[in-house]
Design a protein around this ligand. Structure first.
Ligand code: AMP
Length: 223
């Protein structure tokens, strides 16, 4: 697809639904900037910035970080030069208030959410996926102990780093994240559907097949 102007994509779906994996593929295929608020927050926590220190407790409990904190963090990135050709928003918005803020921020730049891609995965599948997820803090690669194991246990195939389990990928925290998703984030589906720019893809199956469906939905974009 030729990108003649910026394209802004919101990726919606439950935690563990494959948003991060597919966001990386979409940004590479369409030359967009990947903006994952979860990754950005984890980076702030690692660097022990004031924002990271404030966000850490919410994240450990599986709760949402307050809208205002996440909004400020996002605003800076959106105005960066790399964001000029468009973004894939991964894990943002997560509340209706965040969706309204995103509309406002994009409008200032003469842009809008062009499409909301929804990756639909049932809860029972999510729990299995999240408890087995391991990631590489050095390069961001993600594995699964059963479905996508690294060649050598505990070691990243891509860079040789030591794999870790995210602090919030423990069962009790996952249950809370799923509860929060259904309560606060699922209403966004209706929000984007009513605007006519929601595309739904079934998120069970091979990552390649799911990516092809997402790519097709991008191709159907009106511009
Ligand atoms: P994720 O990697 O997207 O699953 O995000 C991990 C955690 O970061 C979430 O459970 C929240 O605590 C926090 N977080 C990420 N994105 C947001 C957001 N848009 N609003 C509020 N909290 C967020």
């Amino acid at each position: 697809m030729m990108v003649s102007r910026s394209v802004d994509v919101v990726l919606l779906g439950p935690p563990g639904g494959g948003k991060g994996t597919q966001a990386k593929r979409l940004t590479a295929a369409f030359d967009l900037l990947h903006l994952s608020t979860g990754d950005l927050l984890r980076e702030e926590v690692k660097r022990a910035t004031p924002l990271g220190i404030e966000a850490q407790g919410y994240m450990q409990r599986g709760e949402l970080v307050p809208d205002e904190l996440v909004g400020k963090m996002l605003m800076g990135r959106l105005h960066s030069q790399q964001a000029g050709s468009g973004c894939v928003f991964d894990g943002y918005p997560r509340t209706l208030a965040q969706a309204a803020l995103l509309d406002g921020l994009l409008a200032e730049l003469g842009r809008r959410v062009d499409v909301a891609l929804y990756i639909n995965v049932p809860d029972e599948e999510l729990l299995a996926r999240l408890t087995g997820r391991r990631s590489c803090p050095a390069c961001g690669a993600v594995f699964h102990v059963v479905h996508n194991p690294p060649r050598q246990e505990g070691i990243c195939d891509a860079c040789g780093g030591a794999l870790v389990q995210r602090a919030d990928d423990r069962e009790d925290v996952i249950r809370e994240r799923l509860r929060v998703y259904h309560e606060s984030t699922a209403p966004l589906l209706g929000f984007y559907r009513s605007r006519g720019n929601l595309a739904e893809v079934q998120g069970v199956g091979s990552p390649d097949a799911i990516f092809e469906e997402l790519r097709a939905a991008m191709g159907r974009l009106k511009r």
